[in-house]
Design a protein around this ligand. Structure first.
Ligand code: HEM
Length: 168
């Protein structure tokens, strides 16, 4: 009787030979690639937009609370423009070297390079400081500061005197 088992190996042996290490690696790679294709894409999250800046009209008294105290942002005015200098908290925040300018019209102090009390407009209800008495050198210094602030901080509004038609 002829031996038929010699030419066709038993089914178990066939299965074992298919599971060679290289086949296992290739199969794993195949499954991994299928998984990567079918995997649900991570939800797209867009970066959060910064809060919108509303351009406001301030008067000296309404600017005053913006001094970094009680969780308030820090603003100051320079020649009519109000800058949000909150990111410069180390300079203008409570205890900072330039905290005197916070919530105030800082124009004269910056122009004259002085922190003296009389540089700040005393009467918040009165007219704005027109800086009429300052010389070229002071006005140039002030312009230098304005250029620096314009590059570094956002303008969030303008300042007008109390009683002005624009005052809200
Ligand atoms: C003793 C003299 C002074 C020294 C040693 C001094 C030193 C400094 C230093 C190291 C900075 C940081 C600069 C930076 O990192 O960008 C700075 C910033 C500043 N200084 Fe002075 N300063 C002096 C006087 C003054 C005066 C007299 C004024 C004007 C009244 C002034 C106004 C300012 C302002 C407004 C800033 C911050 C500007 C910003 O927001 O980027 N400093 N100062």
């Amino acid at each position: 009787m002829a031996d038929t088992t010699a030419s066709t190996p038993p089914p178990a042996a066939e299965a074992t030979s298919a599971l060679t290490p290289i086949n296992i690696v290739l199969l794993s790679l195949f499954i991994f690639l299928i998984y990567m294709r079918l995997k649900p894409a991570a939800p797209q999250t867009l970066p959060r937009a910064p809060p919108p800046t509303v351009f406001r009209t301030f008067t000296p008294p309404t600017l005053l609370p913006y001094n970094g105290l009680n969780g308030m942002p820090i603003y100051f005015a320079v020649r009519g423009r109000v800058f949000d200098v909150t990111s410069g908290r180390n300079f203008y925040g409570p205890g900072g070297p330039y905290a005197n300018f916070a919530g105030r019209d800082a124009s004269r102090g910056l122009a004259c390079g002085s922190f003296d009390e009389e540089m700040l407009t005393k009467d918040l209800e009165g007219p704005l400081d027109k800086l009429d008495d300052l010389g070229d050198e002071e006005m140039e210094a002030l312009q230098g500061w304005e250029e620096r602030f314009s590059e570094k901080y956002l303008v969030v509004g303008k300042i007008v005197p109390v009683g002005s038609e624009e005052a809200t």
